[in-house]
Design a protein around this ligand. Structure first.
Ligand code: ZN
Length: 322
């Protein structure tokens, strides 16, 4: 995601170097815990080609129930985060038991729009997000070589649609590259609400500094202001997000963000209209950092995007099955 444009991320507070403490370990929900377990299980020399044999069983950790303060990243790397292999195995198998999602509605929100670049005045128009006013939409970021986030998000979303429809889910998009720009963030939220979606996932890739790597899932914080009232969906959205983070980690064999979320892969925010205005369970996922060359190598790989789509989809399926 890029909130201010393709080149910039919102300013973040200076990194603090906090010692790893037991208290911090207690905060680790989902992703990192899953990563540590996964690393322990697969052992040395077991490349990602064997990842398909590992049952994606991210733990449902006992969380403290307190939201992750995503606005105060500490920049600490996960202690077990290895340099991830970019090797991939193509293809994704659809689990047995197909059709079990019949009647379930999933809204996928491919972040940004490939045509936003041509509609600056339209996407810069301010819309109300409950807590204030924000741009209708942004262009998103891109890799240094010019692969734009909006194409990435559409590609992953379409792969997810195939996987979820194979299991009987009804899948709706907020945009499918079929409109001149946007939609605006408030409309993106409304589409999920109107569809009475059982789960909504907004797909993004980040535009942070080189060296910042890994994915993170963004959860809605508790917001009750103006048209925004997330209080009923904070809990289920966290459940959805934890499951997605865990499955994404296993499917892609890549560690959680080393620059936000304290290594958990989870960040809570209250400044995103797409989350603030949602009345159904919804999360964002930043699949990687397009401005880091190692992450970019993954994000530009179709085989890796298939893994990403599979991981996110498996998290949704897990959530829908309860
Ligand atoms: Zn984005």
């Amino acid at each position: 995601m890029s909130y201010a444009g393709p080149e910039f991320e919102p300013s973040r507070p200076p990194r603090s170097r906090r010692p790893m403490t037991v208290a911090l370990a207690a905060l680790l929900p989902g992703a990192l815990l899953g990563w540590l377990v996964y690393e322990a299980v697969r052992g040395p020399g077991d490349g990602s080609g064997g990842a398909a044999a590992v049952s994606p069983s991210p733990s449902r950790p006992a969380t403290t129930g307190s939201p992750t303060p995503g606005s105060s990243p500490d920049g600490k790397r996960p202690s077990a985060a290895p340099s991830s292999s970019a090797s991939v195995s193509a293809g994704a198998s659809v689990p047995a038991g197909s059709g079990s999602l019949r009647g379930k509605v999933v809204v996928i929100d491919p972040g940004h729009n490939p045509n936003n670049f041509r509609h600056a005045s339209d996407i810069n128009r301010k819309v109300n997000i409950g807590t204030g006013w924000k741009e209708c939409d942004t262009t998103g970021t891109s890799t240094n070589a010019g692969y734009i986030e909006a194409k990435f998000t559409l590609d992953v979303a379409r792969r997810m649609r195939t996987l979820l429809e194979q299991q009987g889910a009804t899948v709706k998009f907020t945009q499918d590259g079929d409109r001149p720009y946007g939609p605006c963030v408030d409309e993106r939220a409304r589409i999920g609400n109107t569809a009475r979606a059982d789960a909504v996932v907004s797909i993004h890739a980040d535009g942070s500094a080189a060296g910042n790597r890994g994915f993170h899932v963004i959860l809605p914080g508790g917001v009750h202001a103006g048209a925004a009232d997330t209080r009923a969906v904070v809990g289920p959205s966290r459940d959805l997000g934890e499951r997605i983070a865990g499955r994404f980690l296993h499917a892609t064999d890549t560690p959680p963000s080393n620059y936000v979320g304290r290594g958990t892969g989870l960040v809570t925010r209250r400044d995103l209209g797409g989350l603030n205005l949602s009345t159904v369970p919804k999360v964002f996922i930043e699949c990687g950092n397009m401005r880091d060359s190692a992450d970019a190598a993954q994000l530009t790989s179709g085989a890796w995007r298939q893994k990403a789509a599979r991981g996110i989809s498996e998290g949704i399926v897990s959530f829908l099955r309860g």
